[in-house]
Design a protein. Structure first.
Length: 66
């Protein structure tokens, strides 16, 4: 999660509604870091827009994307 992003604000608002279990937010300063975080089970999901996810998918080895 990029600190101060619209995504961070949205997810914090969801948590403020009483969502259970609450979403645990983790800092993600560069979308290319998402692959390692997902692969190591440091995170369960990445919240990003289509442009960011398309860029990330192009960086991954073919074996990671099937």
């Amino acid at each position: 999660m990029r600190p101060g992003s619209v995504s961070q604000d949205l997810l914090q608002k969801l948590n403020n509604t009483g969502l259970q279990p609450p979403i645990r937010l983790r800092d993600l300063n560069q979308v290319v870091d998402a692959n390692g975080m997902l692969a190591s089970d440091a995170v369960d999901a990445v919240f990003a827009d289509d442009i960011q996810l398309d860029f990330l998918l192009k960086q991954l080895p073919k074996s990671a994307t099937g």
